[in-house]
Write a new protein. Structure first.
Length: 385
């Protein structure tokens, strides 16, 4: 909104220097600074309010059969994802071109899962029901969001020429077209039959993946913040004609505005780390985890880089895979031998390392470093074609 106000003042009064607001890089920097300040200053007040209301984490003694004990985290304020949501959405409202479909859709997706996460946290923390929101209700929220995002990206006129196309890594001058049904049903638009379920799967998987990763102080926030830095670069490249041409990428008019949101997202996560780093003064809860997953997944889909998610979000991917491996192997061995066996001491994988005696601060730092490497590798892949 502030962006539009400055543009109006520029058009009417032509004050010197106001022209810089037209540059996406300037607004991205301003959004990052704004989000960081909001997270730092609003965060303290939110944490104090949560502590005053005694809305803290409830940890069962001897959790996970005594392998990892988190009872020292008992009473730490939860629902801190509100800090991230207020920071990123507030900064984007101020400096983003919210009239652009890219901007309002990413804000809607983030807020959508933030609401579901908040309700889940409310049930757990306020109602003292550790089971939280029923899994089917959470799934309905994720599927509905996927339907909404997929429908907009497919049926909105702005995406009519690229709706089923996406970036194909390592293949020069080629894209992947999800509309494989066109070979059999000519003259009938059935691309959405494939594309929308893919969107639903990605958003559901990624929001759950961030949720699984949110198990140690600063882990999910730090990894997401670093991933958001990579998304900032990807969004800027997608919306910039010069960089897109240089890297032989699809030029996506309007996608550059996502740079503002991505920069705000990164700064919000880093600002949240001021309070969430070890030892955490607040936990993000599902309010933050689900909304962050939705934001990252939606951004990757909009800039047509969803096939790079396993590399860009390698930590999230490995956390989820560890749970799948652990659960599948346990059920298989229990069915075959009558006693379930485990591949890891615990899952997700960060608890496996914790059970081996690693300090959680060391685990978090190393996962951050791994993410930094995979983000750089993701950007390098753009040149390997």
């Amino acid at each position: 909104m502030l962006y539009y106000l400055i543009r109006y003042l520029e058009a009417v009064f032509e004050p010197p220097g106001f022209q810089v607001i037209e540059y996406i890089t300037v607004r991205a920097a301003l959004a990052a600074i704004t989000a960081l300040l909001i997270a730092l200053f609003i965060g303290r007040r939110i944490i104090q309010w949560l502590a005053h209301k005694q809305l803290g984490e409830q940890v069962r003694e001897g959790i996970h059969a005594g392998v990892v004990d988190h009872t020292h985290k008992q009473g730490t304020p939860s629902m801190g994802g509100l800090i991230i949501l207020i920071a990123v959405l507030g900064a984007t409202l101020l400096w983003g071109a919210i009239g652009e479909v890219y901007v309002w859709l990413i804000m809607l997706a983030t807020a959508w899962m933030g609401v579901f996460g908040f309700v889940d946290d409310y049930i757990k923390v306020v109602k003292r029901d550790k089971s939280g929101m029923p899994a089917r209700v959470k799934l309905i929220g994720q599927v509905t969001l996927g339907l909404l995002v997929g429908s907009v990206l497919y049926f909105h006129p702005q995406f009519s020429d690229i709706k089923t196309l996406t970036y194909l890594p390592f293949v020069a001058d080629e894209t992947l077209d999800y509309n494989i049904l066109r070979h059999w049903f000519t003259g009938v638009d059935l691309g959405w039959v494939i594309y929308i379920p893919i969107v639903i799967f990605i958003l559901t998987a990624l929001s759950n993946a961030v949720n699984l990763t949110d198990g140690l102080d600063g882990l999910a926030a730090g990894v997401t913040g670093i991933v958001a830095v990579g998304l900032t670069a990807l969004a800027y490249i997608a919306g910039n004609a010069i960089f897109s041409d240089f890297l032989n990428e699809m030029m996506l008019p309007g996608a550059g505005e996502l740079t503002v949101f991505a920069a705000a997202l990164a700064a919000s996560c880093f600002g949240f780390l001021w309070y969430n780093g070890y030892p955490a003064s607040v936990f993000m809860g599902d309010t933050g985890a689900l909304s962050l997953g939705a934001a990252v997944g939606t951004m990757a889909l909009m800039v047509k880089k969803e096939l790079l998610l396993p590399l860009l979000c390698a930590v999230f991917f490995w956390e989820t895979l560890s749970v799948i491996i652990q659960t599948t192997y346990f059920k298989y061995t229990r069915r075959k031998y009558g006693e379930g066996k485990r591949v890891f001491k615990m899952a997700p994988i960060h608890h496996h390392y914790e059970a081996q005696g690693w300090h959680e601060a060391k685990i978090v730092l190393r996962f951050w470093l791994i993410t930094a490497v995979t983000v750089v590798a993701t950007l390098l892949v753009l040149r390997i074609r």
